[in-house]
Design a protein around this ligand. Sequence first.
Ligand SMILES: Cc1cc2nc3c(=O)[nH]c(=O)nc-3n(C[C@H](O)[C@H](O)[C@H](O)COP(=O)(O)O)c2cc1C
Length: 503
Amino acid sequence: MARLAVDLPRIAKYVNAGIVALLVLFWYLGVNVSSGYHIGSAIFLVLFLLNFYYRHIQTKHALLRNFGIIAQARYMIESVGPELRQYLYASDVEEKPFSRAERAEVYRKAKDIDSSEAFGSLLNFDDEEIKLRHSLYPVDKKNMKKYSLTFGEERGIKNKYTIDKPFIVSAMSFGALGSNAVRSIARGVKAAGIPMNTGEGGYPKYHLMEKCDLIFQIGTAKFGVRNPDGSLNGDKLRDLSSKPEIKMIEIKFSQGAKPGKGGLLPKEKITEEISELRNVPMGQDVISPPHHIECTTPKNTVEFIKRVQDFSNLPVGIKMCIGSELEFRNLIKEMKKQKVFPDYISIDGAEGGTGAAPKSFMDNVGVPLFRALPLVQRILVEENVRDKLKLLCAGKLINPGKQLTAMALGADAVYTARGFMFALGCIQALQCNRNTCPVGITSHNPRFQKGLIIPDKARKVANYVKNLEHDFYELLASTGCKSVKDLTPDKVYIPKNAPCVRK
Ligand SMILES: Cc1cc2nc3c(=O)[nH]c(=O)nc-3n(C[C@H](O)[C@H](O)[C@H](O)COP(=O)(O)O)c2cc1C
């Protein structure tokens, strides 16, 4: 059977000859019939010269050199490929990193519209997908225990912090997000009654405007709390921690999208304001170091955690993506030795998102969440320190099913970043690193930001949390658990071929 394929050489031959023929024709008509035809002559002269340049002068693109201007069509079509696939060809469950079906669930929750669907699930029911195990005896919702989690209780500190919903907005800096996005999320979570992580963007000017509860993140560049040599400035940390909105501090060791590499803010996104808030120059990428200057061994890493606890007088957590199991265990052993524990550990799965990261890191480094979480839980139990701290996690946990699964596998609460971006209306255009986000979430360009109306988006964020909580309790009740504390790994069905357990 003949193969249906584009015969590029033949098409190119006709196009290249056609340009010359039409140039001659318009020229002839312009000279002999009417000078108006010279508009056509001018157009085809430009195409002819461009084609000549592509085929005989430039040396970078083999396709253009071999076939001329028609090869440009390939580049153009390729550049709109993601949009074509998203709008026309991709099915509801195949887009990445989040399928349309997954995103639609968040959009509906954010719009507060009925999220029921008809006929049947679009997901696979094969031997790879993790599912929750329901009970024959679901709990009556009025008998369920309200969720509550207190950070800092293990150390008995004065400034403990309690949350009463198991969801937290994961770190996203002002810089990665534009000001309207930050303020919309901050206002929404204030209404919903959950905290928001500031990300590593330095002084949280826009987060503070909305007076929501904040977790201030110290990234490896320590924007906002930094000495000129890159070490921690304890006085600045103490000042920031005394703000009533700042409830906890998080030390970021690594992030799932780029573990082993520091943060990255591309130069396109560095406005005058960001350059001031972070104390960095404009016009060049801002690359944070891959580790805290103070932290090169388990010993000095634990000492650093202790210093942050002492300067801030707040609960202090650490965030990391798991790499080496042995390194993690050694860190825990050192904590035991020094009798110093962070108030929480947050595990970021390798599938985590980012404003910008090298593709080689995004695709290749770090342990995915549903592998890392049971491993961390096991090590904490084996080392007999599980009751010394709380365990949080993140990694595509944007819906209640995934969130409950993570909690059954050991997490006390869950973080999500992209869930909240979808609540704001993110269309997964994958342009967070370019300042061109079409819905203005990750752009500082006023042209795109003007689409983000803060009161409207804040309402959507609050709706998202409200509906997450509703579904969360419904699912929890179906497992037969009265409280999240009763959730155990046996409430999850993990088929032996699930990617997270497959050898
Ligand atoms: C736009 C964007 C900006 C982010 N900025 C930070 C950051 O400043 N610090 C950090 O630790 N993680 C950052 N992250 C990672 C998230 O906090 C989170 O760990 C990760 O995306 C996994 O959660 P998710 O799958 O729910 O998005 C960012 C993620 C996104 C999408």
